[in-house]
Design a protein around this ligand. Structure first.
Ligand SMILES: N[C@@H](CCC(=O)N[C@@H](CS)C(=O)NCC(=O)O)C(=O)O
Length: 254
């Protein structure tokens, strides 16, 4: 059996799929894809994932893309030690409700702030001819537009809307954690991993004015409970090649 994960720094989508691999103590080959060098748009990589994005899972030659799909696939293929899904209909539905919420209402909004602070700086550092050549190689229309917008700057209205989405998410999670210990009930699941990877681990650093003890004490305690897990520590300790000058602007762990 061979298992490979093509991934970037332990943040956001890459972190989201590294955690279950570590939780299940699966023996996998880590293949680092350097997003700063746009390796995700090179032909060898788009042959694996035509969308040109990380992470990508290769299980004995079977390719799986999109983190929520990858993580459920890992659960189906390696259901043991420990299960990261309730594995009963109601619990699974609750977990999938939260996964859908994070995928549709959280991920892109945190990402916009991350891109505004980091990718914008990177993109403006590239000479315009070179920049257009790089953008032309990006397979997804939405990603091409996102790179162009990052270079010219996201609008104040879009950034304010993203902040509002994050506030709504934080309040919603805070309310849920008043009722259950974990998002989907009484066990730690893929939904907790999803929220942690996209917002939890970065909240205090990226949005200090939202992630306050007054506003969301339970959310902050939950972040520390997730962070303290040895598998999460191991995932966060995967190599981070982010330019240190830019890292301080983002949620990167170190
Ligand atoms: N829906 C995808 C999103 C993947 C994604 O946005 N990956 C980012 C890294 S966090 C990426 O590859 N960015 C580089 C690019 O789009 O060029 C998933 O869940 O895997």
């Amino acid at each position: 059996m061979t298992l490979k994960l093509y991934h970037a720094e332990p943040a956001a989508n890459s972190l989201k799929s590294l955690i279950p691999l570590k939780e299940k103590a699966l023996d996998f080959e880590s293949v680092y894809v350097d997003l700063h060098k746009f390796e995700q748009h090179e032909a060898w990589f788009t042959a694996l994932n035509p969308e040109g994005q990380v992470p990508v899972l290769d299980h004995d030659g079977f390719i799986v893309t999109h983190t929520t799909v990858i993580n459920e696939y890992l659960e189906d293929a390696f259901p043991y030690a420990p299960p990261l899904r309730p594995n009963e209909p109601k619990g699974n539905a609750r977990m999938r409700f939260w996964n859908k919420f994070v995928d549709e209402h959280v991920m892109n909004y945190v990402s916009m702030h991350g891109w505004h602070r980091m990718v914008g700086v990177l993109a403006r550092g590239i000479e315009s001819g070179e920049f257009e050549k790089m953008v032309a190689r990006i397979p997804l229309h939405e990603q091409r537009e996102k790179w162009r917008t990052a270079r010219s700057g996201f609008s104040e209205a879009d950034l304010a809307n993203a902040t509002r989405k994050i506030e709504v998410a934080v309040d919603k999670v805070e309310e849920q954690l008043g009722r259950t210990n974990w998002l989907a009930g009484e066990i730690y699941t893929l939904a907790d991993i999803n929220l942690f990877a996209h917002l939890g681990f970065a909240l205090a650093r990226m949005f200090p004015e939202i992630g306050t003890r007054e506003r969301c004490p339970r959310f902050l305690d939950w972040v520390e409970r997730v962070r303290a897990r040895p598998a999460v520590q191991a995932a966060l300790n995967m190599p981070d090649h982010t330019n240190p000058a830019l890292r301080t602007f983002t949620g990167h762990a170190r």
